[in-house]
Ligand binder design. Structure first.
Ligand SMILES: [Fe+2]
Ligand SMILES: [Fe+2]
Length: 316
């Protein structure tokens, strides 16, 4: 099947692992096979989202709010987390899979890679549906139907970079780089939510199922990137490194706009002051991500971390 590819691609892409993953998909795909029943949800005494993930949790103005208002803030934060995920599935990862499937990049005339690409797209659509259900339920339970959140910083950053890029090839590389960051660096939030015993069990289960699929996507996406990268010319490789840096930067930014929207929507009088002092206090603070898989991918590509313009240390 891949006779037209040079030997280096055959050894770099883990063809056997791709075949095993593609063949196991019908049983493996977690979100499709889960039995979550939203009708057994809801215990009003349990928060939707961990309070320790609120960036202004130590602000006296937040601490002094009524418990019922705090619960609404946490419910809105859970909605925001899910809508951000949906935005990324639809705008970042889905289109990247389409681009790799479109034949624009060499390296994908391998049957099992094509099957994995389509399976990954299907997984992301299931995740989209699951996140939407979670949002709708929480919106209804907390009367948050009118809450309108801004688009995620990650998608805004990608769309902005795409808008400023006229070269179609580079636009595709940007799309794939952002998706690679999304899929290969694990969001520590997903782990925190999936294992958290203090939030709605439905929310915990939802993220636990999502994590099962995303753990596989991490390995799958590494093979996608290796297959594509091996055929890029030197300029394209250089641009891809830059695009990875842009993606990494976008993914670790805390979305203060979303938090401000939540507080303003709930009529918190000090909303702007709370967010402003939070920004002042937490200059340089980032959303935690696990870079181990990403650094491993760079080494498989023969790229040193210094070729990607990003600080991988958490001490920034
Ligand atoms: Fe996903
Ligand atoms: Fe994914």
């Amino acid at each position: 099947m891949y006779s037209q590819y040079d030997e280096s691609i055959k050894t770099k892409v883990d063809i056997n692992a791709c075949k095993i993953l593609a063949n196991s998909w019908p049983k493996r795909v977690a979100v499709k096979n889960n039995n979550l029943d939203s009708s057994t949800y809801y215990d009003i005494s349990i928060p939707d989202y961990p309070i320790e993930l609120v960036p202004f949790k130590e602000d006296e103005r937040f601490i002094s709010l009524d418990e019922s208002v705090k619960k609404k803030i946490l419910a809105a934060a859970w909605i925001s987390y899910n809508e951000k995920t949906m935005d990324i599935e639809a705008t970042v990862t889905g289109p990247a899979c389409s681009s790799l499937l479109s034949g624009k990049f060499r390296g994908f005339d391998i049957a099992d890679l094509k099957r994995l690409l389509v399976q990954t797209q299907v997984d992301e659509n299931f995740h989209f549906m699951m996140c939407l259900d979670a949002c709708l339920l929480t919106r209804k339970m907390h009367e948050l139907e009118a809450l309108k959140l801004p688009r995620s910083l990650v998608t805004l950053s990608l769309l902005d970079n795409l808008k400023n890029q006229n070269d179609d090839r580079k636009r595709d590389l940007l799309q794939i780089a952002y998706a690679a960051v999304a899929e290969v660096t694990v969001n520590a939030y997903l782990d925190l939510l999936a294992d958290h015993q203090g939030i709605q069990p439905f929310n915990r289960e939802t993220t636990r199922w999502h994590r099962v699929d995303e753990t596989t996507h991490r390995d799958v996406y590494k093979n996608f990137v290796i297959a594509m990268y091996s055929y890029l010319d030197i300029d394209e490789k250089r641009f891809f490194h830059q695009a990875l840096g842009m993606g990494l930067d976008a993914f670790v930014k805390i979305d203060y706009d979303a938090w401000l929207t939540i507080l303003s929507h709930l009529g918190i009088s000090d909303a702007e002051a709370i967010i402003n002092s939070c920004i002042q206090r937490s200059k340089g603070r980032r959303i935690l991500r696990d870079y181990r898989g990403f650094l491993e991918l760079l080494s498989q590509l023969g790229v040193t971390p210094s070729e990607v313009d990003f600080c991988f240390s958490e001490d920034v």
